[in-house]
Write a protein that binds this ligand. Structure first.
Ligand SMILES: Cc1cc2nc3c(=O)[nH]c(=O)nc-3n(C[C@H](O)[C@H](O)[C@H](O)COP(=O)(O)O)c2cc1C
Length: 390
């Protein structure tokens, strides 16, 4: 089973990703891994943290001589900011002045601060926010690169672009080659495929920046060349659309997930929603004139691109703070402000790519198995022959 977990706090020593169940023999492109981490740090509207952290992944286990060896993979990303937080977050219980501990007793609405403090019985949200922070997405993106490199062996690629920032919204569908181009352009401010819409999106970010406010938006993850037959209709927890929804919903600040044209479908007629089926006898392949289902029917991939959208709420930390209550005194106060992003939709998309890649890699390993890449490849090729003969 392809599994992954992460560890690490936002200002702790490092983030860790642990990945297990990757077949032996998958080549690791280290430059690609670093580039993906860099992509997560980009985007118009990010805060000062991205200038401090220049993320680099260190491989601690599971990869030797440039390829996976079938053993668990451990990855480490150092937090450079740790140097400024060693006292506040010291591991040992060394005597500390109150100030040095950087306690946070004014929980910020929209964060895990209050709910987590009540749950874990701390009158200090510091320990909660350190782990709830989306800095953790760096570890997910690192794990996602392993999934992407496995998928790449089967010609499957996963990319993302930004569909909306605040009220500025891409008015049309994006073609795969446009998404490829915008993902390849590290200078792209908001990874939107349309220049005019991107200018409007930048305007939204500038406006909230000036006003001490924040903005959310929508990213779209597209997985291209996904083999038909991943996931299953047989049990609720085997449905791939449900598994993708959980994976993308788990990203910090994502409050809605859409597969294909799912949201518009709810208020459309049947004739406007289903993708009619054709057949190409030369390619021996079923075809679709549209892909409103987002590549999934009955929880099973149907051979079309898998399209998943993540809906991000605006960032919770506001420079013009919201009202809250001090957890110790119970008096009304202004919510704490910590250096913060004002828009993270492009970065959310990179985290979305990682999560979608991990779910697809899991489904590939489930269906085609194999302890080595060669064994998995044989199983995959046999299945492709079966599809041609179907
Ligand atoms: C890439 C990324 C960066 C984020 N950066 C910030 C930030 O700088 N400030 C902030 O308040 N929230 C930020 N968030 C969102 C919070 O982490 C998130 O809203 C919070 O942990 C509460 O979780 P929930 O919104 O999923 O309920 C970010 C989210 C993502 C995906």
């Amino acid at each position: 089973m392809f599994r992954f977990v992460t560890a690490g706090e936002s200002h702790g020593q490092a983030l860790i990703a642990w990945i297990s169940g990757v077949p032996a023999g998958v080549p690791i492109d280290f430059e690609f891994v670093q580039r993906e981490l860099h992509r997560r740090q980009l985007g118009y509207g990010r805060g000062g943290r991205q200038k401090i952290e220049k993320d680099r992944v260190e491989f601690l286990s599971g990869v030797r001589h440039g390829q996976t060896i079938g053993a668990p993979i451990a990855l480490r990303i150092d937090n450079r900011d740790w140097a400024n937080w060693e006292k506040a977050l010291s591991v040992e219980n060394t005597p500390n002045s109150e100030g040095a501990q950087r306690r946070l007793t004014a929980p910020r609405p929209g964060h895990a601060d209050l709910a987590g403090s009540m749950k874990f019985n701390f009158h200090d949200a510091r320990y909660i926010l350190e782990r709830a922070s989306a800095r953790e997405t760096a570890a997910r993106v690192a794990a996602g690169t392993i999934a992407k490199l496995l998928l790449r062996q089967f010609e499957c690629e996963v990319l993302s672009h930004v569909v909306a920032v605040g009220k500025a919204r891409l008015p049309r569908a994006a073609a795969w080659r446009e998404i490829q181009a915008v993902c390849g352009d590290l200078e792209s401010p908001l990874r939107c495929v349309d220049a005019e819409t991107e200018a409007q999106m930048k305007g939204e970010v500038d406006a909230v920046h000036r006003a001490g406010n924040t903005v959310g938006g929508i990213f779209e993850v597209v997985a291209h060349n996904v083999v038909a037959g991943l996931g299953s209709h047989a049990q609720w927890d085997e449905k791939l659309d449900a598994r993708l929804a959980q994976a993308v919903m788990s990203i910090q600040a994502v409050k809605g997930v859409e597969i294909g044209a799912g949201i518009a479908a709810a208020t459309s007629y049947g004739s406007e929603v289903m993708d009619e089926i054709g057949y190409n006898p030369t390619a021996k392949q079923f075809t679709r004139a549209s892909n409103r289902a987002g590549g999934l029917e009955g929880g099973i991939t149907n051979g079309e691109d898998v399209v998943v959208r993540g809906y991000l709420k605006p960032i919770s930390t506001l420079r013009t703070p919201l009202g809250t209550v001090d957890m110790v005194t119970k008096h009304p106060v202004s919510a704490a402000y910590e250096r913060s992003d004002v828009c993270v939709v492009p970065a959310g998309g990179v985290a979305g790519e990682a999560m979608v890649s991990i779910v697809l890699a899991q489904a590939m390993v489930e269906k085609f198995g194999g302890d080595s890449l060669g064994e998995m490849r044989r199983n995959f090729d046999g299945y492709l022959r079966q599809l041609k003969e179907f």
